[in-house]
Write a protein that binds this ligand. Structure first.
Ligand code: C2E
Ligand code: CA
Ligand code: CA
Ligand code: CA
Length: 292
């Protein structure tokens, strides 16, 4: 049958309506997600390129809704940001991560009867937490984190905050002050998704940053795609010039890990080592993956 322009217009508006309803449903469900304990954190290991030692874990939000099923963060985080819910969610994430670190700190490996217990590999890690733009522009962020560190007893240098390039550049002056205040607490700072934003190299030098995370879009195909390889090499060289450590994210195979290691990239993260895991699985993984 022939579709008239009018039918098409109706079709499109129905589709738009459906999308609006889906979005509204998601927003309504998300509003209750925290109090209903539907949010959780998975943790993905970050390893040293030399020796594959477990250095840290990145906390990544997961939402399982009884109504909508499991929703990826790429779908619900933008809604949380637009609605302002990200403040409550973001501070929940920070608190969970710090409390988890303290629990790991208390873990020891039970080496068996008569043997001395040894430190659990997760007792030495840093925890990375992703900060949203709304958190970065929140004047209370620094005092909230300071209070959280005091309350949980987590040492500041074990907490690493990940922010994206665009968060820095959108309001560089405010970001500079916020980062300086965070740095004064002693936390570590990383630039996430590096290479995808419009970073100004002049600005980069002004921020007191510890790490650059090379975006996974470059890392994933770097062995097959010469441009991705060139960008990755350039980011590593630039970062080293500025005295930064480089993390490659999205490392999906051994060959990529080896090349990155040969390029002097210090730290690696990706499915080749582990997916983000719930706490019990991560604990099992960490015990099995101790470098000898
Ligand atoms: P991100 O911070 O860049 O996190 C890395 C994403 O890459 C994660 O996706 C992770 O599961 C995925 N990933 C890790 N290794 C590999 C790999 O080898 N290959 C591929 N293809 N992907 C890999 P996830 O968990 O879906 O998170 C997506 C994004 O959602 C995050 O990107 C981050 O921007 C945001 N996000 C997650 N949790 C939080 C949070 O607590 N707060 C905020 N503000 N944002 C969060
Ligand atoms: Ca991240
Ligand atoms: Ca990233
Ligand atoms: Ca990201």
């Amino acid at each position: 049958a022939k579709t008239t322009g009018r039918d098409m217009a109706l079709f499109y508006s129905m589709e738009t309506d459906q999308r609006a309803v889906a979005r509204q449903t998601m927003e309504q469900q998300l509003r209750r997600a925290l109090e209903r304990h539907e949010l959780s954190l998975h943790y993905q290991p970050r390893l040293s390129a030399q020796g594959a030692q477990l250095l840290g874990v990145e906390a990544l939000l997961r939402w399982t809704s009884p109504v909508l099923g499991s929703i990826p963060p790429s779908e619900f985080i933008p809604i949380a940001e637009e609605t302002g819910m990200i403040r409550a969610i973001g501070s929940w994430v920070l608190q969970q991560a710090c409390e988890q670190w303290v629990r790991w700190q208390q873990l020891v490996l039970d080496a068996g009867v008569g043997d001395a217990a040894s430190l659990h590999p997760l007792a030495r890690v840093s925890i990375s937490v992703n900060l949203s733009a709304a958190q970065m522009s929140d004047p209370a962020l620094v005092t909230d984190i300071e209070a959280l560190l005091l309350r949980t007893g987590m040492p500041a240098h074990r907490l690493e905050l990940e922010i994206t390039e665009s968060q820095l550049m959108d309001n560089a002056h405010a970001a500079e002050q916020q980062l300086a205040a965070l740095k004064a607490l002693g936390v570590q700072l990383s630039i996430d998704d590096f290479g995808t934003g419009y970073s100004s190299l002049a600005y980069l030098k002004r921020f007191d940053i510890d790490r650059l995370k090379v975006d996974k879009s470059f890392v994933r195909d770097m062995l097959a795609n010469p441009a991705d390889m060139a960008i990755t090499r350039a980011i590593i060289a630039l970062g080293h010039t500025l005295g930064l450590r480089i993390v490659a994210e999205g490392v999906e195979d051994l060959a990529t890990a080896q090349v990155l290691s040969a390029l002097d990239c210090e730290e690696l993260q990706g499915y080749h080592f582990s997916r983000p895991l719930p706490v019990p699985e991560l604990e099992a993984w960490a015990c099995q993956h101790q470098p000898s």
